[in-house]
Design a protein around this ligand. Structure first.
Ligand SMILES: [Zn+2]
Length: 463
């Protein structure tokens, strides 16, 4: 079976083939958050997409080295740390920790390396020096710019011809330092120190100043993944100018093609509208958990729409998700206590169907449909003549969940005391003593357990 991804570079679905000759190792870089605030659910969608991609590559048997940066120096981090009268380090560390808490709560696998921009100033300067040696830069008033007319194939990723880029850039002349550029499309690699930067600066061979945003990702990714790697991800809003400029920088410095596959996730809107603080539809993970939504439901909501489709996030939909997720919990708990029977579930068939769907540019809705079909069949078999290959079925569900990250396989230890109350309640029901049965149900509930009636009699779970 062939794994295909929609490659923004070239705008077509392309078979995935890693650079590594053994064919086993995949290198991947994701633009991480700028740590000046709590991330919103639009950002989190991008990280859920990356998580699905990474988990699926692992499912396919690849070893994945994943690097995701933290942007801890830029205009926003400097501005807001000053507002709070904190050092840049203290300020950004606070939001870095908050980000780590968010991704852990959403069961997002941690990247192998999470480099911070401020730890890589040396590498950024080196990269700019290499560009300089190739004649791709110029300096004005202490700021070093990338000279676009010297960059071959500039803008290929964004699929725009240079004329149009020029027009776009001309329309955005709003920064004072734009005046000193040779060409409106040129962008800063190293920014000269200004009063407003306060104590944030580095003395380097390029002068006193700080890096531009784009160079941060070029330097951190090549340091940790090499000068050529397989996959680079980000939101569609990053295609231009950020990723376009990352390519210009890295390829100018190395003279080599940099990244083979560019995968971009679509935006998230809320209740059909662009998310904004003024509309009151701006959510962080904390906003949603405070309202009582559990992170697992939020993960599922962000996961279940194909990554290249705009996701319309609706609270009323989020309310329905626990019912869907309960189907997973119920089937696992039923499997754990099911007696062995006659039916063999064809696990291989379901796993292959799932893979077929996901191989097609991570078609998650097709993949989920296969999982729900499998659950239906498991339920049917348990309710009729029982399952013969119970262990294999649990293993298959675990394999599927290594991609989805939403099921829970911990067998619940129900205390004997609760089981004995439940048995007494079952006996009371048989004798049609409804009052006693209700009383026992309440007692079970007061001890933190819920009793659910089913064909075998009852099931218990933690309330
Ligand atoms: Zn980036």
């Amino acid at each position: 079976m062939t794994l295909k991804f929609f490659n923004t570079l070239g705008r077509e679905k392309k078979e995935f083939s890693p650079i590594d000759k053994s064919g086993k190792n995949v290198s991947m870089y994701s633009c991480g958050p700028t740590v000046y605030n709590y991330v919103h659910i639009g950002n989190l969608r991008a990280y859920i997409f990356v998580d699905l991609l990474k988990r699926y590559l692992k499912f396919k048997g690849y070893n994945v080295k994943h690097v995701m940066n933290l942007t801890d120096v830029d205009d926003k981090t400097i501005r807001d740390s000053q507002k709070e009268e904190k050092s840049l380090k203290e300020f950004t560390e606070f939001y870095s920790r908050a980000f780590m808490e968010d991704i852990k709560a959403l069961n997002i696998l941690l990247p192998d390396v999470m480099p911070k921009a401020t730890d890589h100033i040396k590498e950024m300067v080196e990269l700019i020096e290499r560009m300089k040696a190739q004649g791709k830069t110029y300096e004005k008033n202490g700021t070093t710019y990338c000279k676009i007319t010297e960059v071959d194939g500039y803008g290929e990723l964004a699929c725009l011809d240079c004329q149009q880029l020029k027009a776009n850039a001309d329309g955005r002349l709003n920064d004072a330092d734009e005046y000193e550029k040779d060409d409106a499309r040129d962008f800063a690699l190293w920014k000269a120190y200004e009063e407003k930067d306060g104590d944030v600066f580095w003395e380097t061979s390029l002068g006193k100043g700080r890096p531009g945003w784009h160079i941060e990702c070029s330097a951190m990714s090549t340091k940790h993944l090499g000068e050529q790697f397989d996959i680079h991800t980000g939101g569609v809003d990053l295609i231009f100018p950020h990723h376009t400029n990352e390519i210009a920088q890295t390829e100018s410095a190395t003279g080599k093609k940099w990244v083979n596959y560019w995968l971009h996730n679509a935006h998230l809107i809320v209740n059909g509208e662009k998310m904004s603080k003024s509309l009151g539809n701006f959510y962080t993970l904390r906003d949603l958990t405070t309202k009582g939504y559990d992170p697992r439901s939020i993960r599922f909501e962000l996961l279940k729409t194909h990554y290249r489709v705009q996701l319309d996030f609706r609270e009323d939909e989020l309310k329905q998700i626990p019912d869907t997720l309960n189907k997973f919990d119920e089937v696992i708990s039923k499997l754990n206590s099911a007696k062995s029977g006659e039916t063999n579930i064809d696990c291989k068939k379901f796993l292959l169907e799932f893979e077929e769907e996901m191989d097609d540019d991570l078609n998650i809705s097709g993949g989920l449909a296969v999982v729900f079909d499998m659950i239906k069949e498991i339920n049917k078999s348990i309710d009729s003549d029982g399952i013969k290959n119970k262990e294999e079925v649990i293993d298959a569900l675990k394999k599927l969940d290594s991609v989805l990250g939403i099921m829970s396989f911990d067998a619940e230890e129900i205390p004997e005391e609760i089981v004995s109350l439940a048995d007494r309640r079952l006996a009371a029901k048989k004798e049609r003593d409804w009052a006693a049965a209700d009383k026992l149900r309440d007692e079970i509930k007061s001890k933190g357990y819920e009793i659910l009636d089913d064909k075998e009699g009852y099931r218990l779970k933690k309330a």
